[in-house]
Ligand binder design. Sequence first.
Ligand code: FES
Length: 142
Amino acid sequence: MVQVGTVSSDNYFCAGLKSDYTYSYAKRCIIPAKGHPNESTKIAIVNNNGRFTAIQNQCAHMGNPLHTGYMTDIDIEDVVGAEGACSPGLAVVCSRHMWSFDVQTGKCGNGTDSIHVYGVRVDEQDCVWVSVEPLPATPKAV
Ligand code: FES
């Protein structure tokens, strides 16, 4: 197995084994910034029945860490399918003031705010890799 913390040549961070992630929970992942020991990227990785997605671990409202929230089903209309993406209709609810965020798109339930989404892949050795940089924002469906 690749060592946790390894960064691949295409900027994915090894965040442990699939079995480290409990179903339907968001787990915190901290990626140290290269060359900046006091900086890091804070991500929450979600295992939705064996399919993975990753979001910014900071609420768009007042910055609460989202891995302390809980998961809930949601109705969404503009889901874009992607390898490694979660099943449609799952959101994390912030534990502080209950704002919710779609774990696949990062969109907030209030319709205006959003958080970053990161790429996730699982390799043949069941290692979970998360992109160091957020994915480009998903365009709104028209
Ligand atoms: S800090 Fe998350 S809803 Fe207020």
